[in-house]
Design a protein around this ligand. Sequence first.
Ligand code: ASP
Ligand code: MG
Length: 413
Amino acid sequence: MPLIVQKFGGTSVGTPERIQHVATKIKKHVENGEQIVVVVSAMSGETNRLTELAKSMGELPPTPREFDVLLSTGEQVTIALLSMALHQIGIQARSYTGSQVHILTDSAHNKARILDIDDKNIRADLDLGKVVVVAGFQGIDEFNNITTLGRGGSDTTAVALAAALKADECQIYTDVDGVYTTDPRVVPQARRLERITFEEMLEMASLGSKVLQIRAVEFAGKYNVPLRVLSSFEEGEGTLISYDIDDKDKEMESALISGIAFNRDEAKVTITGVPDKPGIAYQILDCISDKNIEVDMIIQNISADGTTDLTFTVHRNDYEQSMKILNDASEKFGSKEVKGDNKIVKISLVGVGMRSHAGIASQMFKVFADEGINIAMISTSEIKISVVVEEKYLELGVRALHESFGLEQNYFK
Ligand code: ASP
Ligand code: MG
């Protein structure tokens, strides 16, 4: 009997009617002879509502432990409601909170990591022919404190459960019907991918595609859990995320590029004329990481007259603080100038096919040249090329790339 873990996100369970709709979907799988474990998020908007409620108490930020007790209630509502909806259509079901399953996490409140899952209760219920409904996004630490996994954490719960239960597939139901070559709101011709590798999906997720939580993809890759993204509103095959092992995937290699990811929340800062000697980059970036600011791309120029320029990108929210840190460093290192720009975006091409093909970067740069788009920064890895450009060129750049690399065509049919 195949064992499937299905996760339904906030919009999929956003109203009582939608919860009932989810129940009918689950029923079909049960009637198909599948064993089903369901993971649900809180009803859409609920986690935000709880966050606002917490703020209204005036304790800022709220004590992480209490905040988790509060946030975890959102998912507890949906597991109970979905179980009731299942009963109502003749399906036996039992709900469990994270602590009832015993999803053991570390004690990092609001961003806890799953350490272990006890599958005893779940297995026993499955053996009795029941659907098991588990609250996503939450667990319990070794001291019995309720923990939560960070926003979007239900994806991770689902993948972790699938790994622990050695499920045949982990299906993530959401409001889109799969992973697209790029955001269809920017490129209407964007195409749903039938398959994508974990590596590519990880790049897409970390480069700005919001379909799946990054941690969930990492987890799935690590434990080799086939992951499928599908719509909870329409029928369809969705997108399968897996390793490239079978023949179908060999064909996939012929697709050089799987997708274009982009990120609007970028800013770049530059410190010019700092001494070109050991330890300077370290000292500057250390001040940045001390403030928990994440740095993405880093560029250091070739030195002229013993000094060099250091440029890096940060999240737009961290722009002001990064500028301040660089201004302080500028005095310390006798830098000539500190510059910044928070109207930039990052556009990335992603594809495992890049590994074995030369000329992708030059084709990409030519597309930008033809459109008169200036590239401010470039960074590459084996399977991606990212460029930073002015914000106003985002749509134009993404569309031009999508067309130039022929992404609207389906390689599989
Ligand atoms: N309800 C939580 C959130 O909105 C977890 C999730 O939906 O995955 O972030
Ligand atoms: Mg959510």
